[in-house]
Design a binder for this molecule. Structure first.
Ligand SMILES: Cc1ncc(COP(=O)(O)O)c(C=O)c1O
Length: 454
């Protein structure tokens, strides 16, 4: 097997041999539809191999990947440091029962996370297996700590699809279709979206006015009219909304929400499942907003593709009673080994600096595209968490959803993998070690797709 790998060519450039899906891909897609439950597929790509920023499909096409498995493979595909760490662990021990026994590598992973998570206080970690499970654990911690049961989430938010997490998720009606009722006790407030202002669709408001409006809506309407303050356990919020469309709130929003939570003896659960692990040029996006949440939800990039999630909590929120919460696979040894390597590699390879530097360059290139193409209404994001929003008309900002979907497909045909977010945006989330040349390569393919989609 090693011999086969040695023979395979390096993946370092786009190469489209056959319009996707090619014949091999088509067969696998057919089988997938036959044997697998209908899920959420959006592009006809059947991946076989990955290396850094590139993916090769089963027909031999090579694509530049600006989707990183939705911000999971933040260190690039098959990162050699993570591979080495997992391989080493693979030959020692895979599983032993973190529910009942102790592992060193699990504590190492928790320590590493604790040391990079925001908060000047002591923190503790609970390992999960997905973002959804992190949301569930966060809900339970918040209930157990405050002794309260009601929450406020945000319109446009995404936090998972299990019945508890789903009660917060509010980015697409299909997520809820036929599943009502989910967990009771969750209300939603508008998210301060500076581009499509929820209070004033066509007009313009200063950012501080917008964030105050949202805080005011919660404080003076929700908490004064129907949600008793003494019942409010906490807020669940994304620092930057992901599935909702890569919405960056005004600078002081999270600080003001934090203050409102404190005034009501409620907690802030910051869902950093998509924004975390260096995506925005800091380990956690919360750091851009100067807040220290007492609960942070993580998954996706935490182990670069080995399934893992976690919540990092303020030490004082610990359950402190054995049996209140646990799971079988959380902190699995292979995943823990990967997580330690991920944090280590982000530090030793200065990937936060690279994400900031290349993110700034990438954004500049996208703003140039916006100047040339009227269909781009907005370019937004921080670090390498970027998006372009397509509109039918720049004045009305009417979402060009169909056009956006075509761009996604045309980009693939041009050798670039990108994914949609929200009503009309495309997210651009390359690996944190992306190079300037690769960004140029991607921008060129994206522009071709924009032109071809009219
Ligand atoms: C912010 C956020 N929270 C939670 C989740 C759910 O994560 P998972 O799909 O790993 O359950 C996602 C997934 O996209 C997410 O983006």
């Amino acid at each position: 097997m090693m011999k086969d790998m040695e023979k395979t060519e390096k993946l370092n450039s786009i190469s489209i041999k056959v319009t996707p899906p090619g014949p091999r891909a088509r067969k696998i897609i057919q089988d997938d539809e036959k044997y697998m439950v209908t899920s959420t597929k959006s592009l006809p790509i059947v991946a076989e191999r990955g290396e850094g920023a590139f993916i090769q499909d089963v027909d031999g096409n090579v694509y530049l990947d600006f989707s990183t498995g939705i911000s999971v493979t933040n260190l690039g595909h098959v990162n050699p440091h993570v591979t080495e760490a997992v391989e080493k662990q693979l030959h020692k021990l895979w599983h032993f029962a973190g529910t009942d026994f102790y592992y060193k590598i699990q504590v190492d992973a928790a320590r590493a996370l604790e040391s990079v998570a925001p908060g000047s206080f002591q923190k503790k970690v609970f390992f999960t297996n997905s973002g959804t499970e992190s949301t569930e654990a966060a809900i339970k911690i918040a209930k157990a700590h405050t002794g309260k049961q009601q929450f406020i989430g945000f319109i446009g938010g995404f936090h998972g699809r299990s019945q508890g997490a789903l009660s917060f998720t509010a980015s697409r009606p299909i997520h809820h279709k036929g599943f009502f009722p989910s967990m009771p006790g969750v209300e939603h407030a508008p998210y301060p979206n500076p581009y499509r202002n929820p209070f004033n669709i066509d007009g313009y408001e200063e950012p501080d006015e917008l964030e105050d409006r949202v805080i005011d809506f919660i404080d003076r309407y929700m908490l004064r009219t129907y949600l008793p303050r003494e019942n409010l356990a906490g807020f669940l919020v994304e620092p930057i909304q992901g599935e909702g469309g890569y919405i960056v709130p005004p600078k002081n929003f999270h600080r003001k929400l934090r203050k409102l939570a404190d005034e009501n003896n409620a907690v802030v659960i910051m869902d950093e499942v998509q924004t975390g692990m260096g995506r925005t040029g800091k380990f956690f996006a919360s750091e851009h907003f100067g807040v220290e949440p007492e609960i942070i939800g993580l998954a996706k990039a935490i182990a670069n593709g080995v399934p893992m999630g976690a919540i990092v909590i303020k030490d004082s929120l610990d359950f402190r009673e054995a049996g209140l919460h646990s799971n079988t696979f959380g902190g699995n040894l292979l995943a823990s080994a990967a997580a330690v390597a991920v944090i280590d590699t982000i530090k030793t390879e200065n990937l936060l600096e690279n994400a900031t530097k290349q993110g700034d360059y990438f954004k500049k290139r996208l703003l140039e595209l916006q100047e040339k193409h009227d269909v781009i209404g907005d370019v937004r994001g921080i670090g390498l968490m970027l998006a372009v929003d397509f509109v039918k008309d720049r004045k009305t900002k009417e979402p060009a959803t169909k056009y956006r979907d075509t761009v996604e497909l045309k980009a693939l045909e041009n050798g670039l993998i990108v994914l949609a977010a929200g009503l009309s945006a495309i997210r651009l989330i390359p690996a944190l070690n992306i190079t300037r040349d690769q960004i140029d390569m991607g921008v060129e393919a994206l522009e071709k797709a924009i032109v071809a989609s009219h």
